[in-house]
Write a protein that binds this ligand. Structure first.
Ligand code: SF4
Length: 259
């Protein structure tokens, strides 16, 4: 039986997709976004987080059938509230085969994949084909800036964006707005241009900056080093998207939401 590595399961989530959901946070991410608020999702291995309440270990191995059984136990309430299961992280596509094994065992539950889009194209398609909805992040369109801010090239992400549009699974594009970094008019205009005319796009969600982003770093022996002014109001300029004929909405970014 295939085993996965997860670091949290959030029940009764109302910001991780339609309805009331259970969100499974998978451990391991190939990106290192400078604004990441879930650094415990980076490594696939269990880690210790220290706080005033003491030390706790984040990350546990779980079998696909055990996780599916737990989620199926919640299925009646999820279905009754037009919700379902969200796979987030970290980057769930790092454990794509595990995610598919779990989905295959779910009993008619709506499945949402929350992804950075950074993954092998075949693995990406394999998982997306098993999902009902995808939340796909676009952060920075300039490839040099993307590499500097996330540690990875954005070419695989843009390739998967086009695969997603071809697969016929509906998707929402989510843009984390980091002041002076991702919220520039040039970046937002470039994202709108990339999305124009792509089939399957439901809407664009602009996620305003989470000022608590650095909260977990100290407890993990890491330092959060924003190069931007965290007190600055972000530029949530929706006009770039409406002018391109796209639906757009602005949301607050919460601790466990968005990449
Ligand atoms: S923000 Fe998301 S994609 Fe970026 S490092 Fe954190 S978990 Fe990974």
């Amino acid at each position: 039986m295939i085993t996965g590595s997860i670091f949290d399961i959030k029940e009764f989530a109302v910001h991780d997709g339609p309805g009331i959901r259970t969100t499974v946070f998978l451990k391991g991410c190939p990106l290192r976004c400078a604004w990441c608020h879930n650094p415990e999702g980076w490594s696939s291995e269990p880690q210790v987080i220290s706080s005033s309440a003491g030390d706790r270990t984040v990350g546990q191995a779980v079998r696909a059938d055990d996780l599916a059984e737990l989620l199926n136990g919640q299925a009646p309430i999820l279905k009754a509230n037009e919700g379902g299961v969200t796979f987030s992280g970290g980057e769930p596509l790092m454990q794509g085969r595990f995610v598919v094994e779990v989905i295959n065992r779910l009993e008619g539950v709506h499945v949402l994949l929350d992804t950075s889009g950074y993954a092998d194209g075949r693995e990406f398609c394999l998982v997306v084909e098993h999902c009902d909805l995808v939340h796909f992040d676009l952060k920075v369109m300039d490839p040099v800036l993307h590499q500097r801010l996330t540690g990875q090239d954005n070419a695989p992400i843009l390739g998967n964006l086009h695969r997603l549009a071809d697969l016929g699974v509906p998707y929402v594009i989510r843009v984390p707005l980091v002041p002076g970094i991702t919220d520039t008019d040039a970046n937002l205009a470039a994202i709108a241009e990339a999305l124009q005319d792509l089939p399957g796009l439901i809407r664009v969600d602009l996620l305003t900056y989470n000022r608590a982003a650095g909260g977990k770093y100290r407890g993990m022996g890491m330092t959060f080093k924003p190069t931007w002014d965290e007190t600055e109001t972000v530029n949530a300029n929706t006009a770039h998207f409406t002018d391109a004929g796209l639906k757009v909405s602005v949301h607050g970014l919460r601790m466990t939401e968005g990449h």
